[in-house]
Design a binder for this molecule. Structure first.
Ligand code: HEC
Length: 225
């Protein structure tokens, strides 16, 4: 009887009993599995989170860079590349331009995150209408007869000086707005002949000057104050 009771082993182990090799290995495997599980969680939850943050930063940077580009004077827009934002300069950007037609530029901005993700943004940039108008004014050769002091290219003397034309236009014909007067002056100058001048301006009917061009020229003249 005594021999049988000596052979019994405690099921849960006792103070005198150490861990068997198998139990140690099992515990180590468990710890490793837990570590792998945590790392997997971080890989799936953590990294995309960082990635998303980078993309958010990239789109914010792209938006503010695009705002700057849209505010840049039309003729100063140039293709460029560089790194930003200061002080770390971790993001890259590239600006390329292509002409849509003679007046509109397509601006393409690419922002590259430190991880190499690319974010593209495009916008169309048209010159302000008054710039187009100035160009049109020149194309039609109005400066051959009209002077505008602030523009060295406009020195004609056969017609009135247009320095303060935007202000004067509204006072020429009672009840006629400045714009209406300017439109009439271009389409049909003889309708109102400025004192001291002969009806020497030919006038630009629709067949010579499309409505869009007239709009632009008038917009330009409305800046002469
Ligand atoms: C051949 C010369 C000549 C050309 C070219 C010419 N003009 Fe004139 N323009 C005149 C003369 C002369 C007058 C004054 C007589 C009159 O009121 O019709 C005048 C008058 C005007 C007036 C009214 C000025 C005022 O003080 O009320 C405007 C505005 C004007 N021109 C705009 C233009 C524009 C815009 C162009 C080009 C699209 C142009 N002109 C081309 C000779 C010219």
């Amino acid at each position: 009887m005594g021999a049988v009771s000596d052979d019994r082993r405690p099921i849960l182990g006792g103070p005198s009993r150490g861990l068997t090799l198998l139990e140690v290995v099992f515990a180590v495997v468990l710890v490793l599995l837990a570590a792998v599980f945590v790392m997997t969680l971080m890989a799936e939850g953590g990294r995309p989170l960082v990635k998303a943050q980078m993309t958010t930063t990239a789109s914010m940077l792209a938006q503010s860079k695009m705002d700057v580009l849209m505010g840049t004077p039309f003729d100063s827009l140039v293709a460029e590349s560089g790194k930003f934002p200061a002080p770390n300069d971790r993001y890259k950007f590239e600006v390329s331009l292509s002409a849509l037609d003679s007046t509109v530029k397509r601006v393409r901005l690419t922002v590259v995150t430190p991880q190499g993700a690319r974010l593209e943004m495009t916008a169309l940039r048209a010159p302000p209408t008054e710039d187009v108008g100035q160009k049109k004014f020149q194309e039609y050769g109005c400066q051959a007869c009209h002077a505008i002091s602030k523009y060295t290219w406009a020195t004609g003397t056969e017609g009135p000086n247009l320095d303060r034309m935007a202000e004067i236009a509204g006072t020429r014909v009672p009840g006629m707005s400045a714009e209406t007067y300017l439109r009439e002056s271009v389409r049909d100058p003889a309708a109102y002949v400025v004192d001291g001048y002969g009806p020497n301006m030919g006038g630009y009917p629709l067949t010579m000057m499309p409505e869009d061009d007239l709009d632009a020229v008038v917009t330009f003249m409305m800046t002469l104050k």
